[in-house]
Design a binder for this molecule. Structure first.
Ligand code: D5M
Ligand code: FE
Ligand code: ZN
Length: 506
C-alpha cells in the first residue's frame, strides 16, 4: 500500500468521523470504489460507533487480505547485553546507601510535555503532508552523517553507473518474481526505486522494514540511471557508543503499566502486595513510580467487554484507581501517561488526562503527561510510551525479530527506526499534527512501554528497554486471541547503573 493511498483512505474515513484499524485501511486501500465502500460502512455502522475493523470492511466488500501469522519461541537478536537479573531476583547489595541531599531536594521527576495543549493538527490533508515532511527532515538529518545527504531529484540527475545513495521514507516494498526486494524511497522531491538483490547482505534486514519509516540505501545506479542497486541499508538508529545519563546518587524507579482498574480481572491482591512492599525498607530508594498507560479498563473498548466489568462507569473507574494510588507512599513521585483504554483520544500522540480526570486523581499530585513523554527521574531520561505500535511490529516482522514473548525485540526496532509509530495509517491511529511527536529525537537512558501485557527487558545500544506486564488477569477476550498475560510484576531500575530487578507480587 502506498503511503499516499493510505493517507487518502484515512483522510476520507476521518471526514466521516471514522477510525480504522490497520488491516481495515489495507483492505480499503485495495477497494476499487472507495466512496461506495465507505457509504456501505456508514450504513452498516451503528450510530456512535467510530471504529472500522477489517471484519467490517470484509462484510461490505468481496476481497479479504490474508492474516499475518506470528510464531513463538525465539532467541533475542537485538539484546546485545541482557540485563543481569531475572524474575524474583533479590536486589543486589549496594555499597553506597547515601542519597545526595542536593539532588534529592530538587524535583525528582521532571517532564517536558510538548503535546498536551499544543495540538497543532486540524486533520486536513496539508497536515499529512506537513507531518511526513517533518518526519523526513528530522530523520534524514540523523542519517546524514552516514549516508550522503542527496535528494531524489539530485540522484535523478546523476549519470548511470555512478555510486549513489538515497534517503527517504519507504513508500512501497515489493518482492520481485526472482525473490529480490524493490523498495521505493520518497522525499519531498520525488520517489526513487531501489533494488536489494536477495544475495546481498543487506537483504537480511528487508523483512524488518515497514512502510513510511526513514532509511538510507547506498549502492550503484543502473546503467540507465533509473534504479539504484542497493548494497547497504542504514537506519537512523541509536549510536552503538551511546552513553546514557545515569543518576549520581542511589535512586530507583519502578516501571509499571496496564493496571486496568474496573475490570473484574484487575488483580487487587497483587496490587496490595506491591503497594505494601513500597512501604518496606527494601523500597527505600524508590523515588518514582511510572505508569505507562491503561490505568483503567474503560468501557466499550472491545466486543463483549461489558460482561467483564466490575465498575461500569469510566469516572468511577478513575475514582477507584485514585483510591488505589493512595496506597502508594506519599513521598514517592508518580508519573503517568494514557493508554488506549484511557479516556483520552485514541489517536497518538495522546494528550494527558483532562482537568476533569486530573481532579479525580489529585491525591498524589502525580505528574500527568502525554503518551509519549520523556520524564527525568534523578536526571535520568525515561521515554514512556504506552506501546500500541508494538502490536503492529509483532504482526509485521518475522517471529525471530519481534514477538509477544519478547516484546523488547519490537522495542529495539522502534529505537533503531528512531520512531515510536513508524508506519502511518496502520493499526495505531495517529493524529495528524504539523510536527511528528512520535519521533525519538534524543535517545533515552530507559525506554518504558506496556500495552502487550507481557514483561520483557534488555539493552539495545546501551538503552535499557523495559516492557512492564500488567495487573489484570487474562480476560475472556484475551483468551480468545491467545494472549497469556504476565500479571503482577514490577520492574525496578537502579538509576545509578540502569540495572534491573523484577519483583513478582502474585
Ligand atoms: O491490549 C492488550 C493486548 O491485547 C495487546 O497486545 C493488544 C492485544 N489486543 C487488543 N485488542 C486486540 C484485538 N482486537 N485482536 C488481537 N489482539 C488484541 P489492551 O490495550 O490492554 O487491550
Ligand atoms: Fe492494556
Ligand atoms: Zn493497551
Amino acid at each position: 500500500m502506498s503511503s499516499q493511498r493510505a493517507v487518502e483512505v484515512v483522510t476520507r474515513l476521518a471526514e466521516h468521523g471514522l477510525n480504522a484499524d490497520r488491516e481495515a485501511v489495507t483492505l480499503l486501500s485495495q477497494a476499487a470504489d472507495l466512496p461506495g465502500v465507505i457509504d456501505a460502512l456508514l450504513a452498516r455502522t451503528e450510530a456512535g460507533a467510530l471504529r472500522v475493523t477489517a471484519a467490517d470492511v470484509r462484510a461490505v466488500t468481496a476481497g479479504a487480505a490474508p492474516p499475518v501469522e506470528t510464531e513463538e519461541g525465539v532467541t533475542p537478536r537485538y539484546v546485545e547485553s541482557p540485563v543481569g537479573t531475572s524474575l524474583d531476583h533479590e536486589p543486589p547489595d549496594y555499597l553506597d546507601d547515601e542519597k545526595d541531599p542536593l539532588a534529592s531536594d530538587a524535583a525528582a521527576v521532571e517532564i517536558t510535555d510538548a503535546i498536551t495543549g499544543h495540538s497543532t493538527g486540524t486533520g486536513v490533508y496539508d497536515d499529512f503532508v506537513a507531518i511526513f515532511r517533518d518526519r523526513y527532515e528530522r530523520l534524514s538529518e540523523l542519517l546524514a552523517g552516514r549516508v550522503p545527504p542527496r535528494t531524489v531529484d539530485a540522484v535523478r540527475r546523476m549519470s548511470g553507473g555512478a555510486a549513489a545513495a538515497v534517503t527517504g521514507l519507504i513508500s512501497d516494498i515489493r518482492t520481485t518474481r526472482s525473490g529480490h526486494t524493490l523498495i521505493e524511497l520518497e522525499d519531498p522531491t520525488g520517489v526513487f526505486p531501489c533494488l536489494i538483490n536477495s544475495d546481498r547482505e543487506a537483504h537480511a534486514v528487508v523483512d524488518e522494514l515497514v512502510l513510511d519509516e526513514c532509511i538510507g540505501i547506498t549502492g550503484r545506479l543502473a546503467s540507465d540511471g533509473e534504479i539504484l542497486f542497493g548494497d547497504a541499508i542504514t537506519f537512523p538508529d541509536i549510536p552503538r557508543t551511546y552513553t546514557p545519563q545515569t543518576a549520581d546518587y542511589h535512586a530507583e524507579a519502578v516501571l509499571i503499566s496496564d493496571v486496568h482498574v474496573g475490570s473484574q480481572e484487575f488483580h487487587a491482591t497483587a496490587w496490595d502486595r506491591f503497594t505494601d512492599w513500597l512501604h518496606t525498607d527494601e523500597a527505600g530508594h524508590v523515588e518514582a513510580l511510572l505508569i505507562a498507560g491503561d490505568m483503567i479498563e474503560g468501557v466499550g473498548v472491545y466486543p463483549g467487554q461489558d460482561a467483564e466489568l466490575e465498575i461500569v462507569d469510566v469516572y468511577d473507574q478513575y475514582r477507584r484507581f485514585a483510591e488505589l494510588l493512595k496506597q502508594v507512599p506519599g513521598d514517592l513521585e508518580i508519573a503517568m501517561i494514557p493508554g488506549n483504554h484511557d479516556a483520552v483520544r485514541l489517536a497518538e500522540p495522546q494528550p494527558a488526562f483532562t482537568e476533569e480526570l486530573r481532579s479525580i486523581m489529585t491525591a498524589h499530585d502525580a505528574t500527568i503527561a502525554a503518551n509519549p513523554s520523556t520524564v527525568r527521574v534523578a536526571g535520568v531520561p525515561i521515554l514512556m510510551y504506552h506501546g500500541v505500535s508494538l502490536d503492529e511490529l509483532i504482526a509485521e516482522l518475522p517471529a525471530e525479530k519481534a514477538s509477544y514473548d519478547d516484546p523488547q525485540l519490537a522495542m529495539a526496532h522502534l529505537l533503531k527506526k528512531r520512531h515510536l509509530v513508524p508506519q502511518y495509517g496502520g493499526r495505531t491511529r495517529l493524529a495528524p499534527e504539523r510536527r511528528d511527536h512520535l519521533l525519538i529525537d534524543e535517545p533515552p537512558a530507559v525506554f518504558h512501554t506496556g500495552h502487550v501485557h507481557k514483561t520483557g527487558w534488555g539493552k539495545y545500544h546501551n538503552v535499557l528497554m523495559v516492557n512492564a506486564g500488567c495487573w489484570q488477569r487474562q480476560t475472556a477476550f484475551q483468551r480468545s486471541v491467545n494472549i497469556d498475560p504476565d500479571v503482577g510484576y514490577a520492574p525496578i531500575v537502579d538509576l545509578r547503573d540502569l540495572s534491573l530487578t523484577v519483583r513478582k507480587f502474585v
